[in-house]
Design a protein around this ligand. Structure first.
Ligand code: HSE
Length: 312
């Protein structure tokens, strides 16, 4: 096989109190990556982008592109010296907290594994896909890549060794996602991590652990209301919401319109609200748009469900 295509979904990370621990695949946007190998001894990576949303550019140099970082690491580890072409069909809007770099990285790792018949299992591939997160976050984090790879709701364990625990989400879990049209900084995730407090009061840590446990219980019992009850973050959201104009208003209006919970999706600036079934979805979408509009921010809103993982 000289060429292989893979498709990976968008994802949301954190779900409030699960910073760097919770990831959930979203059946909303998809990145499609085609990897083609050309025999040579140059180990050259060439990136081309065949679709991008207007006005949004992803970096195409090897140091700053997620897919190139993944391929570089896999080539080094498996002593592969071919020239590699990476074709990116970008469906996940980059820089908005919807796991855009993760979707590209996951599809890349998956296709590269197949093309060279490396037989790396999906759980181990997550670690390669996480290489791509260095491009936007400056470090590896696993929540988005794990959920984009495996689908469903994922708990990341990092110590003493990397492990992932997967839950199938309840059938009646729906989300309304709001994407505000604001300019995001380059390396946005790194910037959004840079403003986080280094310490937190014990009281807030206890509340967050209690809420995170409630979310896990909600997935275990397939109980949407229980999941939503846990989506209340006392540590990361208060720091990051300052980067999202109108966040409090959006939350208030969405909750009044029937959302069960609302928080920042990953490092933002998108927001994610939780619904049991899709009833109320129109009024929640309207409320989110109105909330942003009060801060003179245009936004796009989408109704979606949890997604499956990477595929060809
Ligand atoms: N857990 C990461 C963060 C997700 O919040 O920085 C980034 O999408």
């Amino acid at each position: 096989m000289d060429s292989c295509k893979a498709i990976a979904p968008s994802s949301t990370a954190n779900l409030g109190p699960g910073f760097d621990i919770f990831g959930l695949a979203l059946d909303l946007f998809y990145d499609e990556i085609r990897i083609t190998k050309n025999r040579s001894q140059n180990r050259r990576i060439t990136i081309s982008t065949i679709k991008q949303e207007e006005g949004i550019k992803i970096p195409s140099d090897n140091e700053n592109n997620s897919t190139a970082l993944v391929v570089q690491k896999m080539m080094e580890d498996f002593k592969i010296n071919d020239n590699i072409d990476i074709e990116i069909n970008k469906g996940v809007p980059p820089g908005y907290g919807l796991g855009s770099s993760a979707a590209s990285s996951v599809a890349t790792a998956y296709a590269f594994n197949q093309i060279y018949n490396l037989k790396i299992d999906l759980y181990e591939l997550i670690n390669y896909a996480a290489e791509g997160e260095r491009a936007s976050a400056g470090i590896k984090h696993y929540d988005n890549v794990a959920s984009s790879m495996l689908g469903g709701f994922i708990i990341v364990r990092m110590l003493p060794r990397l492990e992932f625990i997967k839950f199938e989400p309840p059938e009646d879990l729906y989300f309304v996602i709001g994407i505000p049209k604001i300019i995001v900084p380059k390396k946005k995730t790194e910037a959004a991590r840079g403003i986080l407090p280094l310490n937190a009061p014990l009281e807030n840590i206890i509340t967050n652990i209690s809420n995170a446990s409630t979310i896990v219980a909600g997935f275990a019992y397939k109980d949407v209301e229980m999941i939503a009850k846990g989506i209340d973050d006392k540590i990361v959201e208060p720091a990051r919401k300052k980067m999202i104009p109108g966040f409090d208003k959006v939350k208030e209006k969405a909750m009044n319109a029937g959302a069960l919970a609302l928080t920042i999706s990953g490092a933002g600036p998108s927001i994610i609200s939780i619904l049991k079934t899709d009833s109320h979805s129109n009024s929640i979408m309207e409320a989110i748009k109105e909330g942003f509009a009060e801060s003179k921010i245009e936004s796009k809103v989408y109704l979606c469900k949890p997604g499956n993982g990477v595929k060809n």
